[in-house]
Design a protein around this ligand. Structure first.
Ligand code: PMP
Length: 329
C-alpha cells in the first residue's frame, strides 16, 4: 500500500515475499523515518485462525505515525491488510500452545530525496509474515537475567520512546551488547533524568508483583510517561489481573525499591511481557553495583497464572470476555 499527498493511500496488493528496489537517496535510509508493529496470528483447536486486539495495534501505529510526521492509516485498512495476508498464508499458521505466525506491519518514507527540510511526501506500508517459534522456548518459561543499563538511555521526555520507530531499536543494540557481555539476556531501561526508575525492557514491558500474604497480590507496572512503549500485552494484563483477584496499578518503581524489596521478601516476582515473549519471568538482576535474585530466581505463581490465562485467551482455550480475539475470515 502506498501513500502520496495527491492520492492518499492507494495501490494495495498482495504479492509473494521478495526484494523490492529503492533508490540510494531514499529518505528512510538517511533519516530513519520508519515505524512498525508486531503481532501474531494464532490457530485455535477448531482450526480457526485469529488475531489478538489488532485494533490496538492499528491505534498504536497511528500514534507512532503522528509522532514521526507520517500519514495515519485508517484502522480498518490496517486490520484488513493484516487479515488479507493471514487469510492468504492461513496454512502457515501453526497449531499448538505458544506457536503462531508472526506479523510485521511497517511503514517507511520513500521520497528519493536527501533533503531534510520537510518530511517525506511518499510512504510505503507493508506487512510481512514469518513463522515464529516461542520466543524464550515453549513450556515453562526460563527466567531471564537482566542488565540495568546506566550507560545508555532509551528515551527522553518529548522524544520518540512511545513510538514504535526503528531508531529506538537501533539505539538499543549497544546496550544489548553490554548486557550480553555481562552474561544477561535483556536490558532494563531506566529513566533518562535520574537513572533511578525502571521503565521497560528491549521489547517488553515490566511488572512487579508483591504477594502480600493475607491480602490480594498487587501488580505494579511503570506508568506511560511518554518514554516507554504502551504495550498491548501490558494493557491486557492491567484488565485481566483484577478479574483473577489481583490488584493492578500503574506506578513508578525505583531500582532501589526493586533491590531492597527483593531482599526483604516483599517483592516476590518480576516479569516482562510483550507479544513475542508473552510473559517471561525475571530471575536475576545485574548492574554496575552488584546483582540480586528475585525470590529464588524461579518463575512465581502469579507470573505463571497470568501467562496461562493470557495464552488461553490468545489460543482459544479460555473464554474471551473482553472481545479481544478477532477471527480471520
Ligand atoms: N516495549 C518495547 C520497546 C517493545 O518493542 C514491545 C514490543 N512491541 C513492548 C514493550 C511490548 O509491546 P506489546 O505488548 O504490544 O508487544
Amino acid at each position: 500500500l502506498r501513500w502520496s499527498a495527491e492520492r492518499g493511500w492507494h495501490d494495495g496488493r498482495l504479492e509473494p515475499y521478495g526484494a523490492f528496489t529503492l533508490e540510494p537517496a531514499t529518505s528512510v535510509f538517511h533519516y530513519g523515518q520508519a515505524l512498525f508493529e508486531g503481532m501474531k496470528a494464532y490457530r485455535r483447536p477448531d482450526g480457526a485462525v485469529t488475531l489478538f486486539r489488532p485494533d490496538a495495534n492499528a491505534a498504536r501505529f497511528n500514534a507512532s505515525a503522528r509522532r514521526m510526521a507520517m500519514p495515519e492509516l485508517p484502522p480498518e485498512i490496517f486490520v484488513k491488510a493484516v487479515e488479507l495476508l493471514v487469510a492468504h498464508d492461513r496454512a502457515w499458521v501453526p497449531e499448538g500452545a505458544g506457536r503462531s505466525l508472526y506479523l510485521r506491519p511497517f511503514m517507511i518514507a520513500t521520497d528519493p530525496s536527501l533533503g531534510f527540510t520537510h518530511p517525506s511526501r511518499t510512504f510505503l506500508f507493508c506487512v510481512v509474515a514469518s513463522p515464529a517459534t516461542a520466543y524464550f522456548g515453549g513450556g515453562t518459561p526460563r527466567p531471564l537475567s537482566v542488565w540495568l543499563s546506566t550507560n545508555y538511555t532509551r528515551a527522553v521526555r518529548g522524544g520518540t520512546g512511545y513510538a514504535k520507530t526503528g531508531g529506538n531499536y537501533a539505539g538499543a543494540f549497544a546496550a544489548g551488547l553490554e548486557a550480553t557481555a555481562h552474561g544477561c539476556d535483556q536490558v532494563v531501561w531506566l529513566d533518562a533524568e535520574e537513572h533511578r526508575w525502571a521503565e521497560e525492557m528491549g521489547g517488553m514491558n515490566l511488572f512487579f508483583v508483591h504477594a502480600r500474604p493475607g491480602g490480594r497480590p498487587r501488580l505494579t507496572t511503570p506508568p506511560l510517561t511518554g518514554t516507554l512503549l504502551p504495550g498491548i500485552t501490558r494493557d491486557s494484563l492491567l484488565t485481566l489481573a483484577p478479574k483473577l483477584g489481583y490488584d493492578a496499578v500503574e506506578s513508578p518503581v525505583s531500582i532501589d525499591q526493586w533491590r531492597e524489596e527483593c531482599a526483604s521478601g516483599e517483592l516476590t516476582e518480576v516479569f516482562a511481557c510483550g507479544t513475542a515473549a508473552v510473559i517471561a519471568p525475571v530471575g536475576t538482576v545485574k548492574s554496575e553495583n552488584g546483582q540480586w535474585t528475585v525470590s529464588d530466581g524461579e518463575p512465581g505463581p502469579v507470573t505463571l497464572r497470568l501467562r496461562r490465562e493470557l495464552l488461553g485467551i490468545q489460543h482459544g482455550s479460555a473464554p474471551d470476555p473482553e472481545g479481544w480475539v478477532h477471527h480471520v475470515r
